[in-house]
Structures are given as C-alpha cells and as structure tokens.
Design a protein around this ligand. Structure first.
Ligand code: PLP
Length: 381
C-alpha cells in the first residue's frame, strides 16, 4: 500500500533537487570552509554563493542572512538577544497563537513581561489593537508568525512590520510555514525572520534567520567567527546547499486540491467544521473538527488506508495540554479532541486530496460501527 502523506506542516519530504545537492556536497564539499588551504576556500565560496542566493530570494543584503539549525534555535536566539539588549523592565508583545518555540522562549526570557496580542474574529493578530498598544509605548519588541502551523491562518505581517517600524519597535516574524509556500521578497520589511528548511523540502536540522540591517550586537552562539560572528560553529555546508536548492525549487502553491477536497468532504461528511474558513490562510492546510470520534481514531483509521494526517497540536497522551492556538481562538475543549489537520506539499496531487476525502468517508462509516469515545486521550503529532 502506498503512503499518501498529508502532514507537510510537520515536515516535508526532501525535494529531489535538495537530495542531489546534499549528496554531491557531502561527497565533494566536506572540508571545513574555514580551513586555510585553497581546497577549503572552494567550499567557502559555495557557502558565500548559497548566502547570496538566499539574500537574492529575500531581496536583502547577504550580511542579513544567518544559517543555523532551524526555527527553534533562531526563535530562541531572538528572545535571548532581546532579553540581553532591551531594558530590564521591557515588555514584549507576542501572539498567543505562536508555535511553542516562540511561546516557550518568550516566557523563558520575559516571564510576566509578555503581553499577549489581541486576535481578530478570524484568529489573526488584530493590527489596529496592536497599533494602539504600540502608540501607548507599552511594548519594546513584537513577535508574530507569518502563517500558523495548525490552522494555516495568515497574519498581516506586512502591516504589523509597518506599525512596529513607525514606533521604532523591532519585529520578529516566524515565517517557518510561509517560506516555501508564499512569496519571500516582502519579508525583508520584518527586522527578524526565521525559518526551517525541512518545512519546504530541505533537510532537517538546517534553517535560516534574517537579521535587521543594523545587527552588530546579535550573537546566538558564542565561539568562532562563522556567520559574521552571529552564530559560531562549523557550517553544515551540505545541509545549507541542500536547503538553498529546495528554496530555489519552490513553486507557488495553489489552493485547488485543498478546496476540491473541502467541497467533496462537505458532500460525504457534511457535519465536518473547517477552522478559519473565513480567514486568509495557507492554501495547503485544512484544520477540521470532525463531528464525532477522537482525533486518534481518525488518524489510525486513515493510516490503515495509507493516509498520514495529524491532530495538529490538539492534545497528547498527557505530555501537552490542549492546543494553545485553538484555545486562543475560543475553540471549545470538547471540539479540540476531534481535530484533524491535513496539509499538503510539493508531492501532493489533486487526486491525492480527493482520495483523502473518500478515505475519510470510509473511516467515518468504519468508526460509526464502533463505540464513540471522543473524550478519550488524543495523540498529538
Ligand atoms: N515555527 C513554526 C511556525 C513551526 O511550524 C515550527 C515547526 O513545527 C517551528 C517554528 C520549529 O521548527 P523546527 O522544529 O524545525 O525548529
């Protein structure tokens, strides 16, 4: 049985271009790019070229691009930097729908000094409310994601960057779910941008951070002078070249498959609710509240048919509480137990989406023949 993968927001399969780049660099460019001989200078030149390509895609100066291990590292580094450089009583504004790597880092470094930003009726950050808070000079920095990993809901990060800039407040945009799906070139209006290669078909453990143009004080890891002194450590050249190959291969995704899926799903399982359907959202993502049965039962039933889907961050076997994202959006606890997240990517076809809808209908019938246990523990993926 072939596997039909619908969890791209968790991670994407390696794109063929990224695999070729990784294999060839691993064989050919394994020397330390900082070594003094000419052969290493060649490796260093590839690194310089990779940075220039990324800078070109984001339309920023190469000096703003820092390669690292991914979004979790970069998000933590930004809060650590703010904690080290902002006044000791500074408050920062953070959206309550952020990924845990932002929520936890913000709380770790700022504790009670985190101000949770207000959401609008669609679950996106309310930009006018933010503007009001900023005009009262209550915030020293702001962090919001570009696109939500659970719901796909987009924040108007361009407007957020503009209001922050007007008040001279630094703005961090976690673009992990945006990069690879939507255009990159306006992200340069944000002071800090973070992303992870494995979300767009690059390798795991590699990522990037864009820094503000004036970034002299930023240091995420102390040690050698790699990455302009912003992040010490021998560069993963193969990983970086593979990430850049994936980024260059990205084509703009369309909503056709997801939307056809939702129409078909509405016909076969009419009681399914779609979270954020009125909001601007990623065209690869659908967050569903199933009418009955706990998420884990749908996940298992779909997996038996070859479909891999996720529960978002709904709940897990006691490790995490209910989804902070859905809680911030006012979704009821009982509904959170029945959440399914489906997300597509570069290898998904419209036919795959339609097959998923048909499989969900079959699973619905299969599960109906069993007892409903929608209050049982749900496993988060
Ligand atoms: N930010 C967002 C929005 C994400 O979706 C993820 C991954 O799930 C991360 C940050 C963390 O990425 P990584 O685990 O690659 O560091």
């Amino acid at each position: 049985m072939e596997t039909c993968y619908f969890d791209y927001n968790a991670t994407a399969p390696l794109r063929p271009e990224a695999k070729v780049a990784w294999l060839s660099a691993s064989e050919d460019l394994w020397l330390n790019p900082s070594s003094p001989y000419r052969a290493a200078a060649r490796v260093h030149a590839h690194l310089v070229e990779a940075r220039a390509r990324v800078a070109g895609l984001f339309a920023v100066a190469a000096e703003r691009v820092v390669f690292n291990s991914g979004a979790t590292e970069a998000n933590n580094a930004i809060f650590a930097h703010w904690a080290a450089t902002l006044p000791a009583d500074a408050c920062i504004g953070v959206s309550p729908t952020e990924h845990t790597s932002v929520l936890a880092a913000a709380q770790h470094f700022f504790g009670e000094r985190v101000t949770w930003l207000t959401l609008d009726g669609n679950g996106a950050v309310d930009v006018s409310a933010l503007q009001n808070v900023l005009s009262e000079r209550q915030l020293a920095a702001v962090s919001t994601m570009a696109a939500n990993n659970e719901t796909g809901i987009l924040n108007d990060w361009n407007a957020i960057a503009t209001v922050c800039r007007a008040q001279g407040v630094p703005y961090h945009c976690d673009a992990s779910q945006w990069i690879g799906k939507l255009p990159l070139d306006r992200l340069q209006t944000c002071d800090f941008v973070t992303g992870a290669a494995h979300k767009f078909g690059g390798p795991k453990g590699v990522g990037l951070c864009l820094l503000p143009a004036d970034n002299s004080g930023f240091m995420s890891l102390a040690g050698g002078s790699q990455e302009f002194g912003h992040r010490a450590g021998t560069e993963d050249v193969a990983g970086i070249l593979s990430m850049v190959a994936a980024l260059q291969a990205v084509e703009r995704s369309t909503a056709q498959g997801r939307d056809e899926f939702l129409v078909k799903l509405g016909q076969v399982l009419p009681a399914v609710e779609v979270i954020g359907s009125a909001a601007q959202r990623l065209c690869n993502t659908a967050l569903l509240i199933m009418p009955k049965f706990a998420s884990v039962r749908w996940i298992r039933a779909l997996e038996k048919r070859g479909f891999l889907v996720s529960a978002g961050s709904a709940c897990s076997t006691g490790k995490h509480g209910p989804s902070t994202v859905l809680a911030a959006m006012g979704v009821e606890a009982a509904a959170m137990q029945r959440v399914l997240r489906v997300s597509s990517g570069w290898a998904t076809s419209v036919a795959d989406w339609l097959a998923l809808a048909a499989a969900m209908a079959e699973c619905g019938s299969e599960l109906s023949a069993e007892a409903d246990d929608s209050n049982s523990t749900v496993i988060s993926i």
